[in-house]
Design a protein around this ligand. Structure first.
Ligand SMILES: N[C@@H](CCC(=O)N[C@@H](CS)C(=O)NCC(=O)O)C(=O)O
Length: 207
C-alpha cells in the first residue's frame, strides 16, 4: 500500500500524485503542511527530519524528496521509465532544473503574491522573480520547439515536475501564450487525465 504525506496544493506533492495516477497505482493521502500543519511534529520528523512534504511510504519503505520519490515510483512500477542511459541523464537534468531553477522561481513568486502575510510580501522580489520566470518560459519554449514533450515526442518523467510548476504559473496569472510551443505543450497536458486530477483539480495553496 502506498501512502503519500502532504497537502494536495503543493506542487511537489502533485508530482507524486501525478505519477501514481499515470500508472493507475492506488494510494492513500494524508494531508500534512499548509493549513493542516503537522509537518513540524516529532511524529512527522521521524519520517522526514526536514519537516517537508511530500513523503512516500511504500509498505515499510519510507522516502522523502519529491524528485527521488518520482524516480523510485517510475523505476519500481515501470511508469514512464526509460532504459536509455542518455534519456535517463537528460530526464534527470530537466528534473533538477525544474526544482533548482524554475520551481524555485515559482515558489518565490507564490510566496510574494499569495502565501506570505501581505506586509511581508516584497514587490521588488516579486517583479525580479517574474523576469526570471519569463526567461524560464523562453528556455522551455526553445526545448519544446524541437519536440512535443520535454525530452522527445512522448510524455516522460521530466514532464511531470515541469508541468506541475507551469500550472502554478497559470494559478498566479503568469501568462505564457506568446510562447507558442510552451503553450501547445500545456494544452496537451490538459488532455492528460492524471494531470487533470493531480494538478488542475487540486486545491490552491495553502489548502
Ligand atoms: N526539495 C523538497 C522540497 C519540499 C518542500 O519545500 N515542500 C514544501 C511544500 S512544496 C513544504 O514542505 N512546505 C511546508 C508546508 O507545506 O507547510 C522536495 O522536492 O520534496
Amino acid at each position: 500500500m502506498l501512502t503519500i504525506y502532504g497537502r494536495k496544493s503543493s506542487a511537489n506533492v502533485q508530482k507524486v500524485h501525478w505519477i501514481c495516477l499515470e500508472g493507475n497505482l492506488k494510494f492513500k493521502t494524508i494531508n500534512i503542511g499548509g493549513k493542516y500543519g503537522g509537518h513540524t511534529s516529532l511524529e512527522f520528523k521521524q519520517i522526514n527530519p526536514n519537516s517537508t512534504i511530500p513523503v512516500l511510504k511504500d509498505n515499510d519503505f519510507i522516502i522523502y524528496e519529491s524528485n527521488s520519490i518520482i524516480k523510485y515510483i517510475s523505476d519500481k512500477y515501470n511508469i514512464l521509465k526509460s532504459n536509455n542511459q542518455k534519456d535517463i541523464a537528460l530526464n534527470n537534468q530537466w528534473i533538477d532544473w525544474a526544482s533548482l531553477v524554475f520551481g524555485l522561481q515559482c515558489a518565490t513568486y507564490t510566496a510574494h503574491n499569495m502565501l506570505l502575510p501581505v506586509e511581508q510580501r516584497n514587490p521588488t522580489i516579486a517583479s525580479e522573480t517574474k523576469k526570471k520566470i519569463i526567461t524560464s518560459f523562453e528556455i522551455l519554449d526553445n526545448q519544446l520547439n524541437k519536440y512535443n514533450f520535454i525530452l522527445n515526442d512522448e510524455l516522460g518523467l521530466a514532464d511531470i515536475p515541469i508541468g506541475c510548476w507551469l500550472h502554478r504559473c497559470v494559478i498566479l496569472d503568469l501568462k505564457f501564450s506568446e510562447f507558442k510551443s510552451l503553450d501547445r505543450w500545456y494544452r496537451k497536458l490538459e488532455e492528460n487525465e492524471a494531470f487533470h486530477i493531480a494538478v488542475i483539480s487540486a486545491p490552491l495553496p495553502p489548502n
